[in-house]
Design a protein around this ligand. Structure first.
Ligand code: SAM
Length: 227
């Protein structure tokens, strides 16, 4: 099926509340597990002598930033989202678990992002790409804030072959979720990019150093170390 774009930002109070209440324990812990696996030979979970810095693009309520902060205690994280209500929710949740000093939040569209840091040791993103009408924005932002040795890790949804398959995936993986989340999931699947499209984006954006890998019936990852 052709891609059906969805709204970029998730900023309605209902969406933000539903997303923050959703149970992402399995996929988000898997995200961290895969990220650590992909860089097992270069990313130490043991604190070294100096602080390291990570960037989370499209952080939403920042659940993945908090998991990353717990897994890698020597990291400081900058987390960015264009939706002000998502960032407000992330701020509340970070504060509630005492991680507000480790995770700095920024309300900004990727296209308008101006961060004080010029580069990061790790740049990661989950489920942002399919929201973007111009997918090269994520790869351009990564290029801008990466330097030699930056570990890049992106996970996103894959577009199914048909809308019927998208509906089946919603039924299989989100039957117990709130209706608003089920609708978001369906629209996200329809808006997702195919493996061929993502490969084309990586080539176009000079990110051939990255590996693109399908990891489930609905997800792929892109990972690599910036040269
Ligand atoms: C599906 S959520 C994923 C949130 C989080 N990464 C997670 O996995 O829980 C996608 C997020 O990307 C944000 N977003 C979409 N387009 C954006 C853009 N152009 N610039 C910044 N953030 C954007 C949305 O507001 C939303 O919070």
């Amino acid at each position: 099926m052709h891609r059906i774009a969805e709204a970029e930002l998730m900023n309605t109070p209902e969406q933000v509340q539903a997303y923050a209440n959703a149970d992402f324990e399995q996929p988000h812990s898997y995200f961290i597990e895969l990220l650590l696996d992909c860089f097992a030979d270069s990313l130490s979970t043991e604190p070294g002598d100096s602080l390291c810095y990570a960037l989370d693009l499209g952080c939403g309520p920042a659940d993945i930033s908090r998991r990353f902060a717990r897994a890698l205690p020597h990291y400081q994280i900058d987390a960015v989202d264009g939706a002000a209500n998502m960032i407000a929710m992330a701020a509340r949740l970070n504060q509630a678990c005492g991680l507000d000093q480790r995770i700095q939040l920024f309300t900004a569209l990727l296209s308008e992002l101006e961060l004080a840091r010029t580069h990061y040791d790790v740049i990661f993103s989950n489920s942002l790409l399919h929201h973007l009408h111009d997918p090269d924005q994520i790869w351009g932002t990564i290029n801008r804030y990466a330097q030699t040795g930056t570990r890049v890790f992106v996970m996103d949804l894959l577009r199914p072959e048909t809308t019927a398959q998208a509906a089946e995936l919603v039924q299989t993986y989100a039957s117990d979720e709130a209706e608003i989340l089920r609708q978001d999931f369906y629209h996200s699947l329809c808006a997702a990019y195919s493996l061929d499209e993502v490969q084309g984006q990586l080539q176009r954006c000079s990110m051939d150093y990255c590996t693109l890998k399908q990891i489930s019936d609905r997800h792929f990852i892109v990972y690599g170390v910036s040269p």
